[in-house]
Design a protein around this ligand. Structure first.
Ligand code: ZN
Length: 473
């Protein structure tokens, strides 16, 4: 007894752009006693020679592992079964026929033409061809179910793992190349839709004060690819324009290095076609964020007017394309005390207003440049608390832009330490109390001193007079 089995059952769906078909060679194998040809599907037609045994023929691809083509026949030793196989195509049927070369018995199974009507996309995979799938870096599986009448010839389902390396719309071709089909290629009505993977947009661009460096310096925006690897996006900058009363990116005006003061649209671009940013508004390759470089301001002193504020908006290399005008009537400016205040600037370019921005300004107390010189003359032996030292002094403080100003009535506490009522000339030290003068800086105060001259003689007279006066009463 002989039996042949053909395992060349190849079913594949492949991308229209990369057609590849494997063709396995037919394999013969020895029969075993477990094989009972009588259980095989019956042939379409057969002939048994007189007084000879029938030829059994099997064409069944239902079982993917054990199906195929097989023939069996019992005859004289040395007999051979000769195959006569005409492979079917998409337009023509074929046949499988085996004939005994010794006794003439034969059997034949006709193979129908294979058309798209034999295949239906499995509903579980419908969405891949309607709403599409997101790029995942992995292969996609699409399964077609086979009409029952064709199970015997091609099996019950066809599935293939489609390796997709880029988003797109892919035609699906069913290819059947086997012992009974001659490389049938059927282009299905469906297309596999693969969209770029949407990665969340989470980046933020902070505005900053002009410092001579690019807004992009030290900035990175990344996303995770399908392998979990962090990939940097390409950063760029553009000027902005006014459209419908709002600032929007002006892609016609790219800025290589956003250094000068102004509003910029900072773009983060995913250059890999397999990915897009997912934002609240939709999916984009490039997401623009508005970020400002605000002008730097000089530090001003307490009490300075808004006219003391100057803006630094750029340099000779990186000049700001905008005109910045401080609004002198802005009510938010207040230099009454040290700390932070703000000015408001109007921004224009080419006659177009780009709105207003408020810019922080640091207000510092005025350094004390000098302290009133105190000189007291008293009789030798005068007690410290009788020296008539002033309870307050005037100081000269920095006025800003070269305008020193005098502040009077600054309390002072004099120290008696080291005072000698019988030394002719000496200096005593005092300490200013600035608690009621927040406009004055307590740092680096010049020495507060009083020069004391004690004398013999005439200057004693007032004391005597006072004494005499007491007697007069
Ligand atoms: Zn025979």
């Amino acid at each position: 007894m002989r039996k042949t089995k053909n395992l060349s059952r190849v079913m594949s769906m492949i991308l229209a752009f990369c057609l590849s078909v494997a063709l396995l060679p037919a394999q013969a194998f020895a029969a075993t006693t477990d094989d009972d040809p009588a259980t095989w599907p019956a042939p379409d037609s057969h002939y048994t020679a007189p007084d000879k045994n029938p030829v059994y023929l099997m064409v069944d691809f239902t079982d993917e592992d054990n199906g195929g083509v097989a023939a069996a026949h019992r005859c004289l030793s040395g007999a051979e079964l000769n195959p006569d196989i005409v492979k079917a195509t998409a337009s023509a049927g074929g046949r499988v026929k085996y004939t005994c070369d010794t006794c003439g018995s034969w059997a034949q199974i006709n193979v129908p033409a294979l058309t798209l009507s034999a295949f239906t996309l499995d509903p579980a995979y419908l969405s891949a061809t309607t709403t599409g799938v997101e790029y995942s870096g992995n292969a996609y599986t699409v399964v077609y179910n086979v009409a029952p009448a064709f199970h015997r010839y091609v099996g019950t389902t066809l599935d293939n793992h489609v390796s997709v390396t880029a988003p797109g719309s892919y035609g699906i071709i069913i290819t059947v190349d086997s012992a009974i089909y001659d490389n049938v290629e059927l282009r299905t009505a469906e297309r596999l839709l693969v969209y770029p993977k949407a990665v969340p947009w989470t980046a933020e661009f902070d505005s900053k004060i002009y410092d001579g460096n690019s807004l992009l310096d030290g900035k990175t925006v990344t996303y995770l690819d399908v392998n979990g690897v962090s990939v940097p996006a390409a950063l760029s900058a553009c000027q902005v324009k006014v459209e419908g009363g709002e600032l929007t990116v002006d892609t016609a005006a790219p800025v290589t290095r956003p250094v000068a003061a102004g509003p910029y649209a900072i773009g983060a671009t995913i250059t890999d076609d397999n990915y897009v940013w997912q934002t609240e508004d939709g999916k984009y390759n490039t997401v623009y964020s508005l970020a400002w470089i605000f002008p730097a301001t000089n530090t001003i002193y307490v009490g300075d007017t808004v006219q003391a504020v100057r803006l630094t908006t750029g340099s000779s290399v990186y000049a700001s394309p905008y005109t910045w005008t401080i609004d002198p009537s802005y009510a938010g400016f207040n230099s009454n005390k040290p700390g932070s205040t703000e000015v408001q600037a109007v921004i224009t370019k080419g006659g177009t207003s780009f709105g207003r921005v408020t810019i922080p300004v640091t207000v510092v107390p005025r350094p004390i440049l000098s302290v009133e010189e105190v000189v007291r003359t008293a009789p030798m032996g005068t007690a410290f608390n009788k020296l008539g030292l002033p309870t307050s002094v005037s100081v000269v403080a920095e006025g800003g832009t070269g305008n020193a100003q005098t502040v009077t009535g600054v309390p002072v506490t004099w120290s008696s330490t080291g005072y000698d009522p019988y030394a002719l000339t000496q200096t005593v030290r005092g300490t200013l109390n600035l608690s009621r003068f927040p406009q004055l800086s307590g740092d680096n105060i010049p020495a507060v001193t009083a020069t004391i001259n004690l004398t013999y003689g005439t200057v004693e007279a007032p004391t005597v007079s006072d004494y005499a006066k007491t007697y007069d009463c």
